[in-house]
Ligand binder design. Structure first.
Ligand SMILES: NC(=O)c1ccc[n+]([C@@H]2O[C@H](COP(=O)([O-])OP(=O)(O)OC[C@H]3O[C@@H](n4cnc5c(N)ncnc54)[C@H](OP(=O)(O)O)[C@@H]3O)[C@@H](O)[C@H]2O)c1
Length: 237
């Protein structure tokens, strides 16, 4: 059976776990408070899911999912991730994560910064640009909804794309970690693109189902000219 370890049992970790059990993955999920705090979620997920420590989740399956705030990365057991590819859902929000100079100055993307925190891994960025409450109804939507995926290692990125596909989404190759700013917060390919409301923002405070969002349209949102929305010049692309 396919296995996936998920670190973080909050909005995104739980949403990915629900997709994973539905796609016949065996899931081991961890959080900061320990397995005993996950009884209700495991009951909901059913017999294919178990709770464990962070280290166990990192070692369970080939590609762990990191669904924790950026500020939690330095507290992770780094050695447990050594040699692994990681599907990272993380974003940088200064009000939550504290100010990080490299990110404030746009010197590096969040994914590049994460790569420095987990140096002996291959970070692949996915699931960071979709709100958790859009995930359940857009997984396996008709037409299928696409998510951008970025990473420096092509083989690792392809393997993450296989997982994202199995969980119910098409993928768009969004390039390297350096290019992943194209679907960071405030970019042209961030969460409002999946919203059903006309301005795209209503659902952040008032959760409603998203609308299917095709691969070709998703790819267009990653184009350089949209980069102006993230405060960068299109010549950066
Ligand atoms: N919410 C969204 O719609 C959304 C969408 C896309 C991307 N993201 C990004 O995905 C990441 C997770 O977001 P979220 O909304 O799922 O956050 P969340 O609901 O606050 O959940 C965070 C989870 O991380 C766990 N955690 C924190 N520190 C940890 C540590 N040191 N070791 C193990 N687990 C730890 C927490 O454990 P406890 O449960 O024990 O507190 C919790 O389960 C963030 O970077 C966020 O920006 C979020």
């Amino acid at each position: 059976m396919k296995r996936i370890g998920i670190i973080g049992s909050g909005s995104i970790g739980a949403a990915v776990a629900r997709l994973a059990v539905a796609a016949d993955y065996e899931v081991l999920i961890a959080n900061s408070r320990g397995p005993e705090s996950l009884t209700d979620l495991i009951d909901e997920l059913g017999p294919r899911a178990q709770a464990g420590e962070v280290r166990a989740a990192a070692e369970f399956g080939d590609i762990p999912v990191l669904a924790v705030p950026l500020a939690a990365y330095p507290n992770l057991p780094i050695d447990a991730f050594a040699g692994k590819s990681i599907l990272s859902t993380g974003n940088y929000y200064p009000h939550r994560d504290g100010r990080i100079e490299e990110l404030d100055t746009l010197e590096s993307t969040t994914a590049e910064y994460e790569q420095t925190l987990l140096p002996d891994t291959l970070i692949v960025k996915a699931f960071n640009n979709i709100l958790f409450h859009h995930i359940p109804n857009l997984a396996n939507s008709l037409p299928r909804t696409a998510l951008p995926v970025a990473g420096d290692d092509t083989a690792a990125k392809n393997r993450v794309c296989d997982i994202v596909n199995a969980l119910g989404f098409d993928t768009v190759d969004a390039g390297t970690l350096a290019e992943s700013w194209r679907f960071e917060p405030e970019s042209g390919a961030y969460t409002p693109i999946y919203a059903a409301s006309a301005d795209g923002f209503e659902t952040i405070t008032s959760p409603t189902p998203g609308l299917p969002f095709r691969q070709a349209v998703c790819a267009r949102c990653l184009l350089p000219r949209i980069a102006l929305m993230s405060g960068r010049d299109s010549s950066d692309a």
